[in-house]
Design a protein around this ligand. Structure first.
Ligand code: ADP
Ligand code: MG
Length: 351
């Protein structure tokens, strides 16, 4: 078991791309930690730098109290699962799983025994003699996991390991991975661009943008209190409405609609100050008719979410989205009055 620490970790690729820009981060022993961010923000680079597959330009990496910054991958005691699994196509499942043990010069019989044992834990016993090409995506993913587990590393590094699975398999694999990590208690860094995956799996999440951490917190914290408009727009199954507003007489004027100041954020507002009013579509309800403190707009799009509907209104403040009850009947063009939940609205000054 091991904690991970990064101090002022920076990676500049030849050519000048600053993929990591001074990362300071400590991950606790046994933690399931998610690195979340859009494509190109530096997630893979961070993971590869932890694994020793990339050399840091400056800064340091510690694993289990050891400074590993200058150590090669084989001496860091970490196992990485790649996005494309990187299985050896010409080797059997058994040999794939046992590969890291072969590198460690573990004798053949012990290797096969350990591979069979790990395969059994992951439900792969029936596939030991097959080649990766003869397995489904989900099974290949498990082989990649088994290969990572076989040498009992102190740290698991996962680079978008579920992204090649179809939607249903993804959910199953997600639950499986969470359960496995809980059972093994191995410190895990999980990279994803999928906010739902990060929220569902992680003990804590670092939201990254352009090689920097924009927010660090528990899933509940980053969902409820995104620290800036970047995180606010990135977290959530439907993007948060971020509306330009101005403080006016103890309210927030959003294109003429006078919205109540969000609960708890009454302090320190200056009359006339410009800010961004944030409200998630889930916390915007449609009133039956004209209402005070409502955003008014014409219904443009109604999307069926299954148990609810996502409605896009177009009004003075631009487009606003609200999640409404599945039973509510809405016709395109009709005027909707969307009322924000005061205890869930947020204000930003970084818009
Ligand atoms: P992510 O995994 O979040 O999509 P990456 O870590 O792969 O992001 O990439 C971060 C940035 O570094 C991107 O701008 C990418 O183009 C650049 N980059 C990644 N690998 C290399 C490389 N080997 N050489 C040069 N630039 C790279
Ligand atoms: Mg990547």
């Amino acid at each position: 078991m091991a904690d991970i620490s990064m101090a002022a970790l920076t990676k500049v690729y030849p050519g000048g791309v600053r993929a990591l820009d001074g990362i300071d981060l400590t991950i606790a022993d046994g933690e399931f930690f998610a690195l979340l961010g859009p494509s190109g923000c530096g997630k893979t680079t961070l993971l590869r730098t932890l694994a020793g597959l990339e050399t840091a330009s400056s800064g340091s990496v510690g694993i289990g109290g050891r400074d590993v910054t200058a150590l090669p991958p084989g001496r860091r005691d970490v196992a990485m699962v790649f996005q494309d699994y990187a299985l050896f196509p010409h080797m059997s499942v058994s040999d794939n799983i046992a590969y890291p043990l072969r590198i460690q010069k573990v004798p053949g019989a012990t290797r096969r025994e350990k591979a069979a044992q790990t395969a059994a834990e992951l439900g792969l016993t029936d596939y030991l003699d097959r080649r990766p090409g003869q397995l489904s995506g989900g099974q290949q993913q498990r082989v990649a996991l088994a290969r990572a587990m076989a040498c009992h590393p102190q740290v698991f590094l996962f680079d978008e390991p579920l992204s090649n699975l179809d939607a249903r398999m993804r959910l199953e694999a997600r639950t499986f991975l969470k359960r496995l990590q809980r059972e093994l208690g191995v410190t895990t860094v999980f990279v994803t661009h999928d906010q739902a995956e990060a929220l569902a799996l992680a003990d804590r999440i670092a939201v990254m943008e352009s090689g920097r951490i924009r927010q660090l917190g528990t899933p509940a914290e980053v969902f409820r209190y995104p620290a800036n408009t970047f995180v606010a727009s990135f977290i959530g199954s439907t993007p948060m409405n971020l509306l330009d507003g101005q403080v006016a007489g103890g309210r927030i004027d959003v294109a003429g609609a006078l919205l109540p100041v969000p609960e708890g954020l009454e302090e320190g507002l200056a009359e006339g100050e410009k800010l961004v009013y944030g409200i998630r579509p889930e916390y915007l309800g449609l009133a039956e008719g004209p209402a005070e403190g409502a955003l008014r707009g014409a219904v443009r799009v109604v999307e069926n979410l299954g148990s609810a509907q996502l409605v896009t209104l177009e009004g003075e403040s631009g487009f606003v989205q609200a999640v409404v009850d599945e039973d509510r009947r809405l016709t395109p063009g009709e005027i909707g009055h969307a009322v924000p939940r005061r205890d869930r609205a947020l204000l930003y000054r970084d818009g």
